[in-house]
Ligand binder design. Structure first.
Ligand SMILES: *Cc1c(COP(=O)(O)O)cnc(C)c1O
Ligand code: SF4
Length: 333
């Protein structure tokens, strides 16, 4: 008996994506925290909506108003505060634009804004202001970005970033790398993605097949800020990526009230290593308007970094950096 499917089933990850929690009050109900409703900002939520996948919500602690995962996603009144020095384009991306969707700041590497979409909205993200609609590389079938890469033979590594590049459907990624395969000087593909952590369903058989078939070396830089962001589903996604030959690194942002304690950062490094991931960068916050309440001052950041060096093997200590517009690399603190 043959059954004919009129519409091919959507990948499961796209269903999980659509099923994300978007109403702050629903989130607080799920977490048994109705009292926190008074701290929610409707203005902040209107400007940059709450969005958080249910699997990530499941890793938050019920009844804990200080949960480090919750703090990363809940739109709060603190965001309405105007803080001097916190701007709309915090990292000078507008000035470093090479072609539509291409940002070229550092030698040998070019960053492609693959898409503006993301499965989660982190409150400290510069996406809350950057004009992505006109600026993505995939929108024009990658044409302009690929032409730019062909013309720049010094580029050895292409970074897919965003937004979250893995929010693109796999055929759209295949379309890009099929064309990239013809550009011999690009030997490394780096993917900056938070999806293995916030929506591990995304690491499905189709995606893994794509990764295994690539000609380039592949580096996946995940983004986790706290040990609680890992669970069995995340571990399974990361193991599958490693089995596909991917080098796994993590970048974190140093965030007040989330991971600005030596214990939290130590636990994070150990937890990611247990999942086969090495720490890469610990970023000082980009000074994005609305995110000032996440800032940790440099003296405290230095103190934390010193404690990590004392407690952990060198390979589990992330590099503490800041992004300074116009500098030729991330700037060590
Ligand atoms: C951060 C960044 C990179 C990558 O820098 P690495 O130090 O190699 O991780 C490349 N291009 C741009 C535009 C960046 O912002
Ligand atoms: S996952 Fe990254 S791109 Fe997406 S909202 Fe968070 S910080 Fe921004």
């Amino acid at each position: 008996m043959i059954t004919v499917q009129a519409h091919p089933a959507q990948p499961r990850w796209q269903q999980a994506w659509r099923d994300a929690v978007r109403d702050p009050r629903e989130l607080l109900r799920l977490l048994e925290l109705p009292g926190l409703a008074a701290t929610v900002s409707d203005e902040a939520a209107a400007q940059f909506p709450l969005r958080v996948p249910r699997g990530f919500v499941a890793r938050m602690r019920r009844g804990d108003p200080h949960d480090p995962l919750l703090r990363q996603v809940l739109p709060v009144l603190d965001e309405e505060r105007i803080a001097p020095g916190y701007a709309l384009d915090a990292v000078g991306d507008a000035a470093a634009r090479g072609a539509t969707g291409v940002i070229h700041k550092y030698a040998g590497r070019a960053l492609l804004i693959a898409t503006g979409s993301c499965a989660i909205n982190c409150r400290y993200c510069f996406r809350r202001h950057f004009p992505y609609a006109e600026e993505t590389a995939a929108a024009a079938h990658w044409g302009e970005a690929l032409a730019w890469l062909r013309g720049h033979e010094e580029i050895e590594e292409v970074l897919l970033s965003g937004g979250d590049p893995l929010s693109l459907a796999t055929p759209k990624l295949v379309e890009f790398t099929a064309a990239l395969a013809g550009i011999a000087h690009v030997h490394t593909l780096r993917i900056h993605t938070r999806l293995p952590v916030v929506l591990p369903e995304r690491i499905d058989a189709e995606l893994l097949r794509w990764l295994r078939g690539l000609r380039q070396r592949v580096v996946v830089v995940i983004h986790a800020n706290h040990a609680h962001e890992f669970d069995d589903s995340v571990d399974a996604a990361l193991i599958a990526l490693r089995d596909a030959g991917v080098t796994l690194l993590n970048q974190s942002v140093l965030l007040a009230g989330v991971n600005d304690e030596a214990d939290a950062l130590t636990a994070l490094s150990r937890r990611m290593f247990a999942a086969g991931v090495l720490p890469y960068y610990l970023h000082q916050l980009d000074r994005v308007a609305g995110a000032a309440h996440f800032a940790v001052d440099d003296a405290r950041a230095h103190e934390l970094a010193a404690t990590l060096r004392e407690r952990l093997p060198g390979y589990l200590v992330p590099r503490l950096v800041r992004e300074v517009a116009g500098e030729p690399s991330k700037t060590p603190l």
